[in-house]
Design a protein around this ligand. Structure first.
Ligand code: JCF
Length: 686
């Protein structure tokens, strides 16, 4: 590149980076994904290394991002808080490892097996996506907590950090060090983040873009009572300034020592040798990324041996003995080419964004869900907008944010369609409900298809081989409209379908026929009544035993089923009031769909009816909850305290005052074995 062009390009990159630093560190409201920011930074650093004389002290590469915040005391870090350099591929990590081995030279050769290729001992941890902070302890007491800030100076956030339960206010153990600074990451676990955002949404407040921004925003509250209500956790990863306490000579043992001092560390920390170990660790943690409680954006790899760390030292802003091995980005920027509405099984309209294809989370994505119309309105997402899409694991990609600054001039808000895009029926959206629905019911081909897909699915009627593609064709060709039509299909109907062979037609017909003999809960689940999932279907089947009493039940009777509330009761009653649904059920029975009746709760033998039992102490085999459930199945009431009216007390291990009370009142007492025998005699094995 020409020097003149480099000057211009460097200025452009610096201006952009400065802008994004401000959005990120000061406003807690980043505009672009971290990976894009990293890209800008890498580009600038590469350019500057090609033209070293163009590096100026105010270049963003010459310090870590972040500006002191107003409203907080600044804190000077006695030992600067480093950031980590990144590697993005195994190739780049191999470079890191090779350079480290070269620098360690003789040291490593003498320490390792002389005949083997020398390998570096590494300590590996997940890279938590939170906020780095420093905790200063004097004489064992927490005296100051500070953000990293720019690495040299940060902000005093002691008042907020003191509210985090996993931050010890006093170090554990007998040795009380005169001074110790512990460093680590504050994160908001994914579950807590979702709850916080749900609450914010319900109250019409601004939602956080991701758990890290939520953690940062929480720590920047001036009022510690707000931070105290936020689900924050602290994970320690290092210690400096240790006076009056000895730390072991490795990163791995240092972490264990921090545990004995009362800190939480990541459960995933491992150590091993060489690049093979690191590669395995990376793959293992990446595979489990979604199941971890907190968000991570890679793994941190450190040379384990502290003496070797000292030997390797630092480059300007990062240690040479550690690196962040980043995962593929889960967020990317793309543009919205269209916004369409899909119609689901219950008629719910789901807005979907058609996107310019973009590589994110390891795959190319061109559709993302917008959940519901409320969400569309909240984000004000429009056709032509630049948006951030997020894709984690197998989850459906979603649009998380609109980059309003990049919005084209001629855009306009999305309107909720007034009629169903599939069948043209009116769209209804009850007031204060997020979900809009097509009112066409099973007249709407989209709802027909979705209802059928549900009906044949594995946990419902389990018709093997009847995938979505066949359902689409069967409905589109007018061969079926409802579930009952499936059972009168003949081979002549199937053979003309696209890609249907003789053998697959036979198999499909056999599978359809086979599914006729089912169970009552599966049948109820398959009907696709709104609010009736597998568990509710099972509860209904148990309670009513047979179809007829269920069909006859009104809302009040339905609410007597365990865990069924007024909303679901109404939905069930409404479903069975539709002549159309009754007709389909009748036809299903006519074509031979059958199931064995279940002994209904109401008809089950209730030998303990009218009795009140009390459980006390711990029951090793059954557990209290199960014992209670089984006694209730036999008709007993189970109470919490012993009185004259108590029929019998079951006393497990370490039974206390309730047992004494029973003995005083002369109430019969059974031990756990006797209870098990009683249950068994009524056909209730544990
Ligand atoms: O989990 C992290 N985000 C993390 C950041 C873990 C570490 O062990 C780190 C770090 C930043 C700097 N270690 C250093 C030295």
């Amino acid at each position: 590149m020409q020097r003149q062009d480099a000057v211009r390009e460097i200025e452009r990159l610096r201006a952009q980076i400065r802008h994004h630093n401000h959005r990120y560190y000061v406003l807690d409201d980043p505009e672009i994904p971290d990976s894009d920011y990293d890209q800008l930074f890498v580009s600038l650093r590469n350019l500057e290394s090609g033209f070293p004389d163009l590096v100026t002290p105010d270049s963003p590469t010459q310090r870590v991002g972040g500006e002191p915040l107003s409203g907080f005391q600044t804190v000077t870090h006695e030992v600067p808080m480093l950031s980590l350099d990144n590697v993005f591929s195994i190739g780049e990590f191999l470079d890191f490892d090779r350079k480290a081995r070269e620098r360690l030279g003789g040291l490593i050769k003498s320490a390792d097996d002389l005949f083997a290729e020398p390998e570096i001992p590494y300590c590996a941890e997940p890279k938590l996506d939170g906020l780095a902070i420093s905790l200063l302890y004097e004489n064992g007491l927490l005296v100051r907590a500070a953000t990293r800030g720019d690495g040299a100076t940060g902000e005093d956030i002691t008042h907020n950090v003191r509210t985090i339960p996993s931050v010890p206010l006093r170090l554990l153990g007998d040795t009380v060090p005169a001074r110790l600074e512990v460093r680590g990451e504050v994160v908001m676990p994914k579950a807590g983040f979702l709850k916080l955002n749900e609450r914010a949404a319900a109250q019409g407040e601004k939602q956080f873009a991701n758990p890290r921004n939520a953690a940062a925003g929480s720590l920047r509250q001036l009022d510690p009572r707000i931070a105290a209500k936020r689900p924050l956790e602290f994970y320690a990863y290092g210690a400096v300034q240790a006076i009056g306490i000895d730390f072991p000579p490795s990163q791995f043992e240092t972490l264990q020592k921090l545990v004995t001092l009362g800190f939480r560390i990541s459960q995933e920390v491992k150590r091993g040798h060489g690049t093979g170990f690191v590669q395995d660790f990376y793959a293992d943690v990446l595979a489990r990324r979604d199941s971890l409680a907190y968000e991570i954006d890679g793994v941190v790899i450190k040379v384990d041996n502290v003496r070797w760390q000292q030997e390797l030292g630092f480059v300007s802003r990062a240690p040479r003995w550690a690196t962040a091995f980043k995962f593929p980005a889960q967020e990317a920027i793309t543009t919205v080419e269209a916004i369409e509405f899909q119609v689901g099984r219950t008629g719910a309209l789901t807005p979907v964004a058609r996107l310019a294809p973009v590589f994110v989370g390891g795959v190319t994505v061109s559709n993302a869900t917008l959940h519901n119309f409320d969400e569309v309105e909240r984000m004000d997402v429009r056709v032509g907008d630049s948006v951030i899409v997020y894709r984690a694991g197998d989850v459906i990609p979603k649009v998380v944010r609109v980059l309003v600054d990049r919005r084209p001039a001629n855009s306009h808000p999305v309107d909720l369609p007034t009629c169903c895009p599939v069948c043209g029926s009116d769209v209804e959206r009850p007031e204060d409900e997020a979900i809009a629905r097509c009112s066409g019911g099973l007249f709407c081909p989209a709802q027909q298809k979705e209802a059928l897909k549900h009906f044949v699915s594995r946990r419902a009627m389990d018709i093997e081989g009847l995938g979505d593609k066949w359902i689409e064709q069967l409905v589109d060709q007018g061969l079926i409209r409802s579930s009952a039509d499936l059972f009168v299909l003949g081979k002549d109907d199937l053979l003309p379908l696209d890609r249907m062979g003789d053998k697959s037609a036979d198999n499909l017909l056999a599978a359809i026929s086979h599914s006729k003999s089912t169970t009552f809960p599966r049948f109820l689940f398959a009907l696709g009544i709104r609010g009736v999932g597998e568990a509710t279907a099972l509860a209904l089947a148990r309670h009513f035993g047979r179809l007829e009493p269920l069909l006859a039940a009104d809302e009040e009777a339905l609410m007597r089923v365990p865990d069924i509330g007024p909303v679901v009761a109404e939905s069930i009653a409404t479903f069975f009031r539709q002549p159309h649904n009754i007709e389909i059920i009748q036809r299903l029975r006519e074509v031979g769909v059958v199931w064995p009746d279940i002994e209904a709760d109401a008809e089950r033998e209730q030998p303990l009816a009218g009795q009140t039992w009390v459980l006390t102490g711990s029951l090793a085999t059954l557990g209290r909850e199960q014992a209670k459930e089984k006694l209730m199945l036999l008709g007993a009431k189970v109470a919490g305290s012993v009185s004259k009216k108590t029929s019998c007390v079951v006393a497990g291990e370490a039974a206390g005052s309730k047992l004494a009370e029973a003995e005083k009142l002369g109430i019969p007492v059974l031990d756990e074995d006797a209870l098990l025998a009683l249950l068994a005699s009524h056909g209730l094995q544990s």
